[in-house]
Design a protein around this ligand. Structure first.
Ligand code: NAG
Ligand code: NAG
Length: 404
């Protein structure tokens, strides 16, 4: 019976079904895709670390998150980056190679850790799987009109120009295959990467290939968590991970510098970090990096492409989506022991991770004055957090409209 129905369905509507859906390319957020490592004979590590010379999944491996485990030390070695002062680009240290698996596919975005352990530990390895399932239910097909663009979320855009070259080809392929322009769908940090891509592409190319840009909960105005990573380490709220033990690793990641609190949401003289002896603002942020003994933070911020700081218009239709109604870290307050002790957060409204005014800074693209030729839509999903929005019913209703 079901088979018959499906056959009937297929015979009757194949053409209209294909043409009513816009192909989608997913650009994940920070930590939102798998990363593989391979050690070479130059690797200088503990005897306890990997011995095989094969590629293995290094992000995520939930079982190794715990600071109690010896493996977590190895994990940090594999995931660390070294900054090259000549080229201003970050790379893996000698003896370690890393790569981003699953180009063009969605599997490595659906589960960052597909293991049973991750599932048992509260589904920690799941990322875009619920969203992909919702899209499959609408008739989307992986690899055809639903594709993924994973990137190295440890590095800034300037350290992985090859990602943008590959993304251009993937978009062209997907447009040709489906005879339709694509929807570029980003979550969180993925919005910054996608914006950068759109800013560097010529307008004729975008008019031909991009239907619209869907940016979900993006840190346009930055986030205070980027400063926390560099100052004291940040454990993403996972209770059994010691934040300070992650600081060395997080200090090697330049991607955080792309989401420093900026003037798209904070005023120049507004306090960002409070300590008993000093208040840090955007204006004296250089002193902040000096005081936490991390001068590289200043260098990282000089390398950030100005194009992103200024939120130049992407020259495509934009659907900027954000959620709110949850207290979110807006400032850091240290009582003592700055920066090695963990600060208290000063909260304001947001999605639990980002503050509302940062996610809403996309409003700068609203109105004819910003760009006469491209529409801008701001969508609000109340009462849902940074990750849960991706499987939220009200969010999916909005998505349904913008991909139709
Ligand atoms: C930095 O990059 C340059 C140019 O690729 C290279 O010659 C140099 O060895 C690198 N420095 C380090 C410390 O790896
Ligand atoms: C910040 O600067 C504005 C004007 O530039 C001023 O009105 C305001 O009082 C200042 N706020 C602080 C906290 O210094």
């Amino acid at each position: 019976m079901i088979m018959l129905f499906m056959l009937f369905h297929f015979v009757t509507f194949p053409i209209s079904e294909e043409s009513s859906r816009k192909p989608i390319i997913l650009v994940p957020g920070i930590g939102g895709c798998q990363l593989e490592a391979k050690l070479t004979d130059d690797f200088e590590g503990d005897k306890d670390c990997h011995h095989e010379r094969e590629w293995f999944r290094v992000w995520a491996d939930v079982a190794q998150f715990s600071s109690m485990s010896k493996e977590s030390i190895c994990l940090q070695k594999y995931l660390k980056l070294i900054y090259n002062e000549t080229t201003k680009i970050s790379e893996s240290p000698k003896g370690i190679k890393t790569r981003i698996p699953g180009w063009g596919e969605t599997t490595t975005l659906e589960y960052v850790d597909p293991s049973w352990t991750a599932w048992i530990w509260g589904n920690l390895g799941t990322y875009l799987s619920p969203l992909v399932s919702s899209l499959l239910a609408l008739g989307y097909k992986r690899g055809r009109d639903l594709r993924g663009a994973p990137y190295d979320w440890r590095k800034g855009p300037h350290s992985q120009i090859d990602f943008f070259i590959k993304l251009k080809i993937l978009i062209e392929e997907t447009t040709n295959l489906n005879k339709q322009k694509v929807v570029l769908f980003s979550h969180s940090l993925g919005g910054i990467f996608t914006l950068y891509f759109l800013q560097i592409m010529p307008r004729v190319w975008k008019d031909k290939h991009i239907d619209n840009f869907v940016a979900v909960n993006s840190p346009w105005g930055g986030t205070i968590l980027s400063l926390l990573c560099y100052a004291s380490g940040y454990n993403w709220g996972i209770p059994y991970v010691d934040p300070l033990s992650l600081r060395v690793l997080q200090r090697s990641y330049e991607s955080s510098s792309y989401v420093f609190p900026n003037m798209n949401s904070y005023s120049k003289n507004e306090s960002l970090v409070l300590t008993p002896s000093k208040i840090y603002t955007i204006e004296n942020i250089e002193e902040f990096f000096d005081d936490i003994e991390f001068n590289r933070g200043n260098e990282f911020s000089y390398n950030v492409m100005p194009i992103i700081k200024m939120l130049m218009h992407p020259e495509v239709t934009v659907n900027c989506i954000y959620s709110s109604g949850i207290k979110s870290p807006a400032k850091l307050s240290y009582e003592q022991g700055f920066p090695d002790e963990q600060p208290k957060f000063i909260y304001e409204d947001g999605d639990g991770t980002l503050i509302t005014r940062s996610m809403k800074a996309c409003e700068i693209w609203n109105g004819e004055k910003s760009h006469p030729d491209y529409n801008f839509y701001l969508h609000h999903v109340p009462g849902v957090n940074h990750h849960d929005i991706l499987s939220n019913k009200n969010f999916l209703k909005i998505l349904n409209i913008v991909i139709e």
